[in-house]
Design a protein around this ligand. Structure first.
Ligand code: TMP
Ligand code: MG
Length: 216
């Protein structure tokens, strides 16, 4: 007898500034999709558990310094080292929720205003990585972010960096037409309802989309 091929999983990326509510929304989405009968995994970048991830973690905590281009390539390498396992999970029918991805990668590095580290340069090492089926950008104003409490102690968690990151996310997502912008300045419930609707549409269209694509 013939076996029904496994329906592939969906690659879902959630992006946004610090305090936009990414982690809470990823958890709510995981619970929602599990209740719908999906086999779900929630991962995040940077993955601080690998050897490369440990270098990134010390850099973010400020206990180590790295040259701008060098740390950028480590963030990218941290995605490349997991690319195979992402592809395998998707092929095995697992739906992956990914907290930050190549978009954060390009934007945070370009926000340093290093003259030889443009958004274009920063995007190059991402080319060829698994392309998300849907990228949800949790958009929050500087004022709303400020209301949600102070910055953390890690590198990049300061007003001037966050302002540049916000502008660059906007620039990047004006070019990437396939991003789903969600107004994250509302209640958890309102935001999660929009996310669920967008993800459900995406999952429903998966058969017409075909296999997992790669970032270009
Ligand atoms: P986190 O707060 O989501 O753990 O992310 C840690 C910081 O790393 C955050 O400020 C965004 C930044 N980042 C990059 O600079 N490049 C990347 O590729 C990723 C995934 C995150
Ligand atoms: Mg953080």
């Amino acid at each position: 007898s013939q076996q029904t091929p496994t329906r592939r999983g969906t690659l879902i990326v959630v992006e946004g500034l610090d305090r936009a509510g990414k982690s809470s929304q990823c958890e709510l989405l995981r619970d929602y999709l599990s209740e719908q009968g999906h086999n779900v995994k929630y991962i995040r970048f940077p993955d601080r558990t690998t050897p490369i991830g440990k270098l990134i973690d010390s850099y973010l905590r400020g206990s180590a310094n790295q040259e701008d281009h060098s740390i950028h390539l480590l963030f990218s390498a941290n995605r490349w080292e997991l690319a195979k396992s992402i592809e395998q999970d998707i092929a095995a029918g697992i739906t992956l929720i990914v907290d930050r991805y190549s978009y954060s990668g390009a934007v945070y590095s370009a926000a340093k205003a290093n003259p030889t580290l443009s958004l274009e340069w920063a995007w190059q090492p991402e080319i060829g990585l698994p392309q998300p089926d849907i990228c949800l950008f949790l958009s929050i104003s500087a004022e709303e972010a400020a209301k949600r409490g102070g910055f953390g102690a890690e590198r990049y968690e300061n007003e001037s960096m966050q302002t540049r990151v916000r502008e660059l996310f906007r620039t990047l997502f004006e070019r990437q037409k396939d991003v789903c912008v969600v107004d994250a300045g509302r209640t958890l419930e309102e935001v999660s309802r929009d996310i669920q609707a967008a993800v459900s549409d995406c999952v429903a269209q998966l058969d017409t989309v075909g296999p997992l694509r790669t970032l270009g």
